[in-house]
Design a protein around this ligand. Structure first.
Ligand SMILES: CC(C)(COP(=O)(O)OP(=O)(O)OC[C@H]1O[C@@H](n2cnc3c(N)ncnc32)[C@H](O)[C@@H]1OP(=O)(O)O)[C@@H](O)C(=O)NCCC(=O)NCCS
Length: 196
């Protein structure tokens, strides 16, 4: 799918009208599609998982009300203001996780990927396939110049996904994040058009 935003000209301000398309991406095994009301139970299970909770600053406990707010308000709100786009990852019709583009800077043409996988789908290359496809779309189809990943140094699985998805490790941003009230360093990865 070819899609290019109307880039702002020389003004160094965030354009108000630019936002992502309502993207559906298909890969060999996956479909990245909008979240649905019927995903709420799976979102609760995935977001409540202890490993997800260890690495992501999600509400604790994570209830069905949080999931409904995420699906019906937070994700559409992020999309509406142009900050990003959230997609469910579907594997053979089953809900396998969530991936998003976020913290988008339309002037610098930089965006960032975040993700979590359902425990039952981990270790099968699902997130590598989704991250490869979404970053490729951003760089090749949407005109971005840089896609970032920011990952805690101890999160071995996610650091591995970054490398397997064709990202380059740049270094550590000290105290760049916060998980459940604790400051954490973050490893910075990037993928740029010449990496494709
Ligand atoms: C990170 C996460 C999304 C990875 O999803 P996934 O679909 O399992 O990822 P993949 O199968 O594509 O790749 C995982 C890789 O990490 C490796 N891995 C998994 N656990 C590991 C561990 N504890 N130590 C070292 N490597 C590990 C796997 O072996 C695999 O690498 P390989 O293919 O070379 O064997 C998933 O573990 C998750 O949801 N974690 C909780 C949420 C999270 O951390 N989100 C990211 C925040 S930055």
């Amino acid at each position: 799918m070819r899609w290019r935003p109307l880039w702002p000209n020389t003004k160094a301000t965030q354009p108000r009208s630019v936002r992502f398309p309502d993207l559906i991406l298909r890969t060999e095994r996956l479909v990245l599609r909008p979240l649905r009301d019927s995903d709420a139970t799976d979102v609760v299970a995935g977001a409540s998982d202890p490993v997800t909770q260890q690495w992501l600053p999600l509400p604790r406990p994570y209830t069905v009300d949080h999931a409904r707010a995420f699906i019906n308000r937070l994700a559409p709100g992020l999309h509406a203001v142009g900050h990003g786009v959230v997609r469910a990852i579907e594997h053979n019709g089953a809900f396998a996780g969530v991936i998003d583009l976020k913290r988008t800077d339309w002037v610098a043409r930089v965006t960032e990927i975040g993700y979590w996988a359902m425990p039952a789908f981990r270790g099968r290359g699902v997130m590598t396939e989704a991250t490869t496809a979404l970053s490729h779309w951003a760089l090749h189809n949407a005109g971005f110049e840089r896609v970032e990943l920011r990952i805690a140094p101890g999160n071995a699985a996610s650091n591995r996904v970054a490398i397997k998805s064709g990202f380059a490790r740049e270094g550590i941003a000290r105290s760049a994040g916060q998980i459940h009230g604790t400051r954490v360093d973050l490893v910075i990865y990037s993928r740029i058009p010449t990496d494709l």
